[in-house]
Each structure stands twice: as C-alpha cells, then as structure tokens.
Write a new protein. Structure first.
Length: 245
C-alpha cells in the first residue's frame, strides 16, 4: 500500500512537471498507473490528474496558445476519441496494457524520427487537411486509449514551426480541451468514479510542485539533452510495462 502511494505521488509530480515543460514525459505516469491499477481503470484515474495538470499549465501559459491550430485539429480529435472509446469497449485489461506499451514505444520512435530529420525551417505542411485530420484523429485515439498523445502533437506542432513558448502553450490548451472532452466518454464506459476525484484532490499538491519545478527547469536546461532523457525514460517505462503485462 505504501509503495503504491509513493508511486502515485511520483506519477503526480511527473504529470505536473511534464505539463509545464515537455509533455512527452507524461507517458511515464501513464505506465505507472497502468502497472498499479487495472489498465482500463487507470485510464480514467490518470485522466483526472492530467486535467489538474492542464489547468495549472494553462494558467502559466494563458497567453501562448495557437487557437487557429487548435481549431483546425478538434473535429478530427473528436473522431479519434470516439474510435478509442469503441476500442476500450471490446478489449480486456491485459490487451489494453500491452496496447499502451506498444503505443508508447511507437510514439517514442516517432519522436526519435522527428529529431533525426534535418531542420528545414518553417513548413506549411501542417495546414493540409490530410495532415490535420491524421494528427487530430491519431491524437484523439491515443489519448483516449493510452493518455499518450503527446508525441503525436509534438510531431504536428514541430511541423508548424511554432516557437518554444507557443509550442508549450498550445499543448497546454489543446490537452485541457481534449481531456475535458474525454470525461463524458469515460463516464459512459463506467470507468470514472468519485474515488478518482478524491485521489486527484489528494495528489493535487504534488502536481502543483511538479508544475513549478517544470516551469523553472524549462528556462534553464538544454532542450536537446532533456528531450533525449525523456525518450529514454519513456522507452524504459513502456518496455517494463510490456514485460510485466
């Protein structure tokens, strides 16, 4: 019981940290919750914590969201969420846990591919309807099934050529909207309960501490070095979850 509580506090710290710095690290919290709770239950439990982190991040970056970009993605995101909801209805816990691991590993690979590409300056490819619908539907599906859409958004926002501050601000506002949109679906699946709200209330201080550390850290650390650390940690977490499933 004590070890479970410690892991939950650690996951909450990571969520807060990731929401105000680089979102890819949040997959560690996804893996932690999927390991200590039934996989389906974990998706709703961590959703509430993510929303708390989103609110804090949006306060920090309240003037930095790219709303035109967010509006472009939202219709496809809702389609992806609906598909993810259908997927959750038909799979069991073991298959879902393995799916979460595979999704995380695939998204880590996407991020590695993104970083290996030569820099080509600003691109308008992200404005093409196919790119927007692919990114939106992919983000909706992966966030509903694994709360792990950060890498999809990283790929899409990087293609848009937004600066670092607007990048983080857009991620913050996008995921607040998306995670709030997932609440009715989680309720419909019978996954979201009052205990998830009480757990989030108890862990909120840890999320706040993590958010403060993340906000301070992103100003000082080299983004390139930090990105590599996130990818390594995410891969280790996904492989560990896959082995234990």
């Amino acid at each position: 019981m004590m070890s479970t509580a410690i892991l939950m506090v650690l996951a909450a710290l990571i969520i807060g940290f990731s929401k105000t710095s680089l979102g890819g690290l949040a997959v560690l919290s996804v893996a932690i919750f999927a390991d200590i709770l039934p996989a389906k239950e974990s998706t709703a439990a961590i959703l509430v914590l993510l929303i708390v982190g989103d609110v804090i991040a949006c306060w920090h970056y309240r003037h930095d969201g790219d709303w035109a970009l967010i509006r472009r993605l939202m219709p496809a995101v809702l389609v992806g969420i609906a598909l993810g909801t259908a997927f959750l209805r038909i799979v069991d816990d073991t298959f879902l846990k393995r799916s979460i691991s595979v999704v995380i590993l695939v998204l880590v690979a996407l991020q590695l591919w993104l970083k290996a590409r030569p820099t080509q300056g600003d691109s308008r490819a992200h404005e093409h309807p196919i790119a927007a619908w692919s990114a939106g539907a992919g983000a909706g599906f992966t966030t509903m099934t694994a709360n792990a859409a950060g890498a999809v958004m990283t790929l899409y926002l990087s293609a848009s050529g937004v600066d670092k501050k607007r990048f983080v601000g857009t991620m913050a506002w996008f995921f607040l909207i998306v995670n709030l949109s997932k609440v009715p679906f989680s309720l419909g699946l019978g996954l979201l309960h009052w205990r998830d709200l009480s757990r989030a209330a108890m862990l909120a201080p840890a999320i706040l501490v993590g958010a403060w550390v993340g906000y301070a850290t992103i100003k000082r650390i080299s983004q390139g070095v930090f990105d590599i650390a996130i990818l390594l940690a995410s891969a280790v977490a996904a492989i560990g979850l896959l082995i234990r499933s």
